[in-house]
Design a protein around this ligand. Structure first.
Ligand code: ASP
Length: 382
C-alpha cells in the first residue's frame, strides 16, 4: 500500500499497481531551524518522552511514530516562544505503552534536577495512553514547589485536527501559574477553546481518540486554561506554588501487579502472582471477588503479598463490610483501596512498598491520602 498525502492534510492509501511513480528531484537536507527565545520570559523546562505530541506520520509504514525531541517540539509549535523561554531535555522517544517503572524513575530524577536548577515549572511531553500512570508515579515520587505539567496530543502534528499546539501552549501557561503539584493538561472540549487541568492522581484517559479524552475522576478539574488568551483559572482546592519543599523519593517496588476480576475467573490466575510483593485487584461494585477466589487471596497475603482492593466502578469508594464476600476478604487481610483508581493504587503500592519496609506502616500508608489520590469524602457527590 502506498500512502499519498492530500493537500487537505489527510492521507489515503493507494494500491501501488495503480500508481505511476516518478523520481523525486534530490532534496537537499534543510538547515535545522533555531527558535529565538525571549530571555525576559520565565524559564520552563520541557522534558520529552515521546508519544503522539512528538510524532509525525512515517510515510514508509503509514503509521504514527515518535520522532521529535524536546527542541523539535519548540520548532513545531512556535507559539510556545510567546509564553516562556525553555530549557529542553530529550529523555526518551517512545510510545507510552512502552513506559516502565524504571523509566518513571529516570523521569522523576530528570524533573527533580530541573526544579533544583530553579526553573519556574516543568512540562513533560508524553504519550496519552499511559500518561495518567506516569503522572501518578511522579505525584508520589516528587514533592514539588512548582507545577509539573504532563501534556500530550491525541492527533499527530501533521493532521489538520491536531491538538498539539493548543495543549502545549496551555501546558506552558499552567507551568508558569501559581500551582504547586503534578497535573495533566489536555483539551477539555472537542473545540479549540480551553484545556482542563487534572490532578495527576485523579485523571484517566476516557476515550480512545477524542481530543477531550481526559477527565478528572472523583473530583472536578483543578482549573482551566482558555485558548488563545492563555488565561489560567485555578480552583481553591488546587495546591498552591511553594507549599511543598522539593524532595525526591524515587524508590519503587516493581514486583507489584494488578488484576481485574471477572465472573468465572479461575483461582489459578492468582497463582501467577505468587512471590509478588503487592497486588491490586479491581473488584466488582463495592470491592468484591467471587467466593471461590478468597482462599487464593488468603494464601497470597499469608505468603507476604500485600493485596489492595479497588473497584471497577469509576466512582465511589470500596466498602467490604456490606456483603459477606467483602467481609471474607477483610478477614483474609485485604486492604480497602478507598476511592483510588485501580492504576493509581498500583503505582502507590509500588511506591509505598519501595519506601516503607514495615508492613503495618505500609498498610497504613495505603489507606492514607498522600497526594490527593484517596479522598476522605467524595467531592461533589461524585
Ligand atoms: N500510543 C500513543 C502513546 O501513548 C498514543 C498517544 O500518544 O496519544 O504514546
Amino acid at each position: 500500500m502506498a500512502v499519498v498525502k492530500l493537500d487537505s492534510g489527510y492521507n489515503i492509501g493507494v494500491t501501488p499497481s495503480l500508481c505511476k511513480f516518478i523520481e523525486h528531484p534530490k532534496i537537499e537536507p534543510t538547515k535545522r531551524l533555531e527558535v529565538t527565545q525571549d530571555k525576559k520570559l520565565s524559564e520552563l523546562s520541557i522534558i520529552s518522552t515521546g508519544g503522539t505530541i512528538a510524532s509525525r506520520i512515517d510515510y514508509r509504514t503509514g503509521s504514527v511514530t515518535s520522532q521529535f525531541d524536546a527542541s523539535d517540539i519548540l520548532i513545531a509549535i512556535p507559539e510556545l516562544a510567546k509564553v516562556a523561554q525553555y530549557h529542553t531535555k530529550s529523555l526518551y522517544t517512545i510510545l507510552s505503552e512502552n513506559m516502565t517503572p524504571k523509566i518513571w524513575q529516570d523521569l522523576a530524577k530528570a524533573v527533580y534536577e530541573e526544579i533544583k536548577r530553579g526553573v519556574t515549572g516543568v512540562i513533560v511531553t508524553h504519550g496519552t495512553d499511559t500518561m495518567a500512570y506516569s503522572a501518578a508515579a511522579l505525584s508520589f515520587m516528587i514533592d514539588t514547589p512548582v507545577p509539573i505539567v504532563f501534556v500530550g496530543s491525541q492527533r499527530s502534528a501533521d493532521r489538520p485536527s491536531s491538538d498539539n499546539t493548543m495543549n502545549a501552549v496551555c501546558a506552558a501557561s499552567v507551568a508558569k501559574s501559581d500551582l504547586g503539584e503534578v497535573v495533566v493538561v489536555m483539551h477539555a472540549t472537542t473545540n479549540d477553546d480551553f484545556c482542563a487541568i487534572h490532578r495527576g492522581t485523579r485523571v484517566r484517559k476516557m476515550h480512545t481518540s477524542r481530543r477531550d479524552a481526559f477527565q478528572s475522576i472523583g473530583m472536578p478539574p483543578l482549573g482551566t486554561v482558555s485558548y488563545p488568551s492563555r488565561e489560567v483559572k485555578l480552583e481553591n482546592f488546587a495546591v498552591q506554588r511553594g507549599i511543598h519543599k522539593l524532595a525526591l523519593h524515587e524508590k519503587l517496588e516493581q514486583r507489584c501487579g494488578m488484576v481485574q476480576f471477572y465472573p468465572g475467573m479461575s483461582p489459578d490466575v492468582l497463582k501467577g502472582y505468587e512471590g509478588y510483593k503487592g497486588l491490586v485487584i479491581a473488584g466488582t461494585g463495592l470491592g468484591h471477588v467471587s467466593t471461590t477466589l478468597i482462599p487464593g487471596v488468603h494464601n497470597l497475603i499469608e505468603s507476604g503479598t500485600m493485596v489492595v482492593m479497588t473497584s471497577q466502578c469509576m466512582h465511589g469508594r470500596v466498602c467490604d463490610r456490606v456483603y459477606d464476600t467483602g467481609r471474607d476478604l477483610l478477614t483474609a487481610g485485604v486492604i480497602e483501596g478507598n476511592d483510588m483508581l485501580a492504576e493509581v493504587a498500583l503505582v502507590k503500592l509500588m511506591w509505598v512498598l519501595g519506601n516503607e519496609p514495615n508492613p503495618m506502616k505500609a498498610r497504613e500508608l495505603m489507606q492514607t491520602d498522600l497526594k490527593g489520590e484517596c479522598m476522605r469524602r467524595s467531592a461533589h457527590g461524585l
